[in-house]
Design a protein around this ligand. Structure first.
Ligand code: SF4
Ligand code: SF4
Length: 525
């Protein structure tokens, strides 16, 4: 059957219409084979305009679409749902990220931007003509369990929120401390392995000396930061240095620590021995300002290499400086030093003025939080990626900040990177709520972009079985590889590595990818 394509040009990003000749782009679209409708809209995310777009699909009985707009993750959920209601499956809509791939990198080159936009449009059309609707299937979840790893502030919040959605929560806590949280609490327990897939995971738990299997529908990682793992040259030199949270507790209790007080970002300023996550700036500013308010006479220094704070907290720098808190920025190549024989003075070169300062202190405070070393084993067991600093990597910063790339696994609090208690608690609530929402329907959907083995070509070499990060391929009864599609994440690794070229990834078939790539390579860049 001949493809009937709709092309949508979104003008939302202000640079798009200013940089690109949208009429020329529309003409290039309408002159292309199989294109029956071209719409230019001000903002495809806008409900009314989206309705207009999908009504046009229905009216003209179109069966697929190419949308030139911004990042897929920013627009796709609402857009794809609307197309689905109009009878066009999500697998029949091709989204081209014109904003980030064309407009932003070529702001000063309108001719290149126009040529690239037209080439990308043609490549998307070449692929769209070969798209096929794919089936999704569903399966019942065997349990409504949500396992929360870590029983700190974010973990407890996650358990409370997940329980509100009807989930049965199980909190794994590696220490033996007693806790108040809904559901079951497993003290002295850690995750050591994981099988299955989102909705029907089978976890291997080390509970005390015993190894237990635990079925769960979802997992929330709430391991917290690594306060207890302080090391590095400054920590070695000053044995009685304290972490920031301890200073915070003293300030709350009205205690003024011995002055002057120096808060330094990390115990390892050269970053040689310790992987440190983001400097806990929000907490630092808040604690320093509170201390200065209560004790205006206190001498307080903040020594840092890079300044970051969460959202509007950045405004607090100015206020803190006006209160008399002294900020010194150092260069990573020349980090602050403390002579262990004289652990009361810090030598630091002020990056701004090039001046070498000797800052005397009575109390040294470390604001950084090393990554929690437990993250590595947990990420390994759950087969999810980590950040370079040792945090758990989230699914998408903008749209899904408490998800991970693996369906059914959520993350919150300082397991991602250090953050204030209140933010960690709110994130715990968000992750718990998402995990609760995930298990609530009691079914999982799978399929679509998944791998399939052409069994005649398979030589049962086991390469795909060993390569897949999600344990989806297995050798079936026929002695050939098969894919457990519930577990397949559509990453394509097995497709690329199979020596017999026996595996195909639906939605990214050789034919589809080749048509798109040939058009791109033959285009004008
Ligand atoms: S890698 Fe290819 S040939 Fe080897 S078992 Fe998997 S499908 Fe079969
Ligand atoms: S595409 Fe292949 S390697 Fe990737 S998840 Fe699916 S089966 Fe595993």
């Amino acid at each position: 059957m001949k493809a009937k394509v709709q092309v949508v040009l979104c003008k939302c990003c202000t640079e798009m219409p200013a940089l690109l000749d949208m009429e020329k782009l529309a003409k290039a679209a309408s002159d292309s084979e199989n294109v029956l409708s071209v719409l230019a809209v001000d903002a495809v995310c806008d409900g009314k305009q989206l309705a207009q777009v999908v009504n046009n699909v229905k009216d003209k009985e179109l069966d697929r679409a190419v949308v030139l707009a911004c990042h897929k993750k920013d627009i796709s959920p609402a857009l794809l749902k609307a197309y689905k209601r109009a009878g066009v499956s999500e697998y029949m809509v091709e989204i081209v990220n014109i904003r980030e791939e064309v407009v932003l990198p070529h702001r000063d080159e309108p001719h290149r931007a126009q040529a690239k936009a037209e080439t990308k449009l043609k490549a998307a059309l070449a692929r769209a003509r070969l798209l096929a609707p794919l089936e999704r299937q569903s399966e019942l979840m065997r349990t409504r369990n949500v396992v929360v790893i870590g029983a700190g502030v974010s973990g407890q919040a996650a358990a409370r929120e997940a329980a509100k959605s009807g989930a049965h929560t199980i909190l794994l806590e590696k220490t033996g401390k007693s806790l108040k949280a809904p559901g079951v609490i497993m003290p002295n327990s850690t995750l050591v392995g994981c099988g299955g897939y989102g909705g029907n995971f089978k976890l291997i738990i080390k509970a005390g000396e015993k190894i237990e299997e635990l079925e769960t529908a979802a997992v929330v990682i709430a391991t917290g930061g690594g306060w207890t793992h302080l090391k590095g040259p400054l920590a070695k030199a000053v044995k009685d240095a304290i972490p920031l949270y301890r200073l915070h507790e003293q300030v709350q209790a009205g205690v003024l620590p011995k002055g002057p007080i120096v808060i330094v970002d990390t115990p390892d300023p050269a970053g040689k021995t310790l992987r440190v996550q983001d400097f806990a700036w929000d907490d630092t500013l808040e604690t320093a300002m509170e201390l200065k308010k209560k004790h205006p006479e206190a001498e307080l220094w903040v020594v840092f290499q890079e300044m970051r704070a969460f959202g509007l907290s950045e405004l607090a720098y100015k206020e803190a400086a006006e209160m008399g808190i002294k900020f010194v920025r150092y260069d990573k190549a020349g980090p602050p030093k403390i002579d262990p024989k004289n652990p009361t003075s810090m030598a630091v070169k002020d990056f701004a003025h090039g001046e070498l300062l000797n800052v005397k202190f009575g109390t040294l405070v470390f604001a950084s939080i090393p990554a929690n070393p437990d993250n590595e084993g947990i990420a390994d067991a759950l087969r999810i990626p980590m950040t370079a600093e040792g945090g758990i990597r989230r699914g998408s910063m903008q749209r899904w900040p408490v998800t991970t790339p693996r369906p059914g696994v959520f993350v919150c609090g300082s397991a991602l990177f250090p953050k204030p208690h209140e933010v960690a608690e709110r994130e715990g609530e968000a992750a718990g709520s998402m995990a609760g929402g995930f298990v609530k329907p009691g079914t999982i959907e799978f399929g679509g972009v998944v791998a399939e083995v052409e069994q005649e070509k398979c030589s049962a070499c086991l390469t795909c079985v060993r390569t897949c990060p999600y344990e989806a391929p297995f050798i079936g009864k026929a002695g050939k590889a098969e894919i457990r599609i519930q577990g397949c994440q559509g990453c394509g690794m097995c497709v690329g590595i199979c020596p017999s070229k026996a595996i195909e990834l639906h939605h990214y078939t050789d034919e589809q990818v080749t048509a798109e790539t040939r058009t791109l390579l033959g285009g004008d860049f």
